[in-house]
Design a protein around this ligand. Structure first.
Ligand code: OGA
Ligand code: NI
Length: 345
């Protein structure tokens, strides 16, 4: 075991089982609309996938396929550079955007390196997690000089996926019986971010994880992955870890904590993780759709009533985000903030 730093080692109950299993996978949904496909059919497929899995894949999503290819090439070109080049855009507690190689999930180090940037640059966030402190701070992107065209490709990809994000939010809103634009206003000053993930081969894939089990804190996540595989979803029906099968031209979608709260748990944010392997490096590119910092996240009024009272107390998204991010820089001794902290029991 000497090859891997202790910080990466998962406790026994969280170590992955690396035997490959063949089981029913998450739904694959074709987003193309034609005269033969009624939008109601699509809306109902999305609703069922959100309800039963919290995860699905989409094809014919409108993101140009050559751009999907280009962003994977750009990710590889960036991470292939020497560490000293990547460190030029290293993030820190003052500027959390840029390159980083020692992220922790649930206080165990992840076997990966990342590059993060904001979809809306600059973005505004509370300066501290304290509720009574209303000082704000400005976040802005750090772009590397190399590889050439990196910034342009990242931004073009983000623009296209952002359009898909709104389309999915509209379909999800319809599936909850709400007007299609019900969520749009929450994203006016969105804190959404895009991340490039690189998971290098790991000498001890049975002890470490690329990303430890977690739920995404945003509204929705859209992930492009390569053909290596490793993303696993905890199946709602029985808690079995199910691999998300790499599917060419598809994007992976998952519901985050905010949709869980907005929908008053009609849709749940599902736990997922990334398993690594000793042979092949893996790349993935998520975009996390986060609302504006001032949004108070709470069950939507239209979806609650006497028989189905709100299951969550309102929380301020900016403060939640700042509190959550503290654990990315240091190993905290306590469990980080979760939406369950706002649950009404
Ligand atoms: C994440 C995540 C999945 C992947 O970064 O939150 O779940 O496939 N990534 O890399
Ligand atoms: Ni995730």
């Amino acid at each position: 075991m000497g090859e891997v730093d202790q910080a990466f080692i998962q406790s026994i109950e969280h170590r992955p089982n690396l035997d490959t299993i063949e089981i029913e996978g998450i739904p694959l949904i074709d987003l193309s609309l034609s005269h033969t496909i009624d939008i109601n059919v699509l809306v109902s497929k999305i609703g069922t996938a959100c309800k039963n899995w919290g995860f699905f894949q989409v094809i014919n999503h409108g993101v140009p396929l050559e751009l999907l290819e280009k962003i994977k090439v750009a990710a590889k070109a960036f991470f292939d550079q020497p560490m000293e080049e990547k460190r030029k855009v290293k993030r820190d507690e003052v500027n959390p955007m840029g390159y980083y190689e020692s992220e922790h999930t649930k206080n165990v180090r992840d076997w990966k390196e990342v590059f993060d940037f904001l979809i809306k640059d600059p973005s505004f966030l509370p300066a501290s997690p304290e509720l009574e402190d209303d000082e704000m701070r400005t976040l802005s992107n750090q772009w590397p000089e190399n590889p050439p065209q990196f910034r342009e490709v990242c931004q073009e990809y983000a623009r296209e996926v952002e359009k898909l994000g709104y389309k999915l939010l509209e379909l999800i809103s319809l599936s909850l019986g709400l007007p299609s634009n019900r969520f749009n206003g929450y994203f006016e000053d969105q804190l959404s971010r895009m991340r490039l993930n690189h998971y290098p081969p790991c000498p001890c894939p049975e002890l470490a994880l690329g990303v430890g089990r977690h739920k995404d804190a945003g509204a929705l996540t859209i992930v492009a992955q390569d053909d290596v595989g490793g993303l696993q979803v905890k199946r709602k029906s029985d808690g079995v870890w199910v691999p998300v099968k790499p599917t060419s031209n598809a994007l992976v979608i998952n519901v985050g904590d905010i949709i869980q709260v907005w929908s008053n748990e009609a849709y749940e944010s599902v736990e997922h993780r990334v398993v690594v392997n000793s042979e092949r490096e893996r790349f993935s590119i998520p975009i996390f759709f986060f609302p504006s910092h001032y949004v108070m996240v709470k069950p939507l009024e239209e979806l609650v009533n006497e028989g189905n009272p709100p299951k969550y107390k309102p929380y301020n998204f900016g403060k939640f985000n700042v509190t959550r991010n503290r654990s990315n820089y240091k190993k905290l001794e306590v469990q980080n903030i979760q939406i369950s902290d706002f649950k009404i029991i």
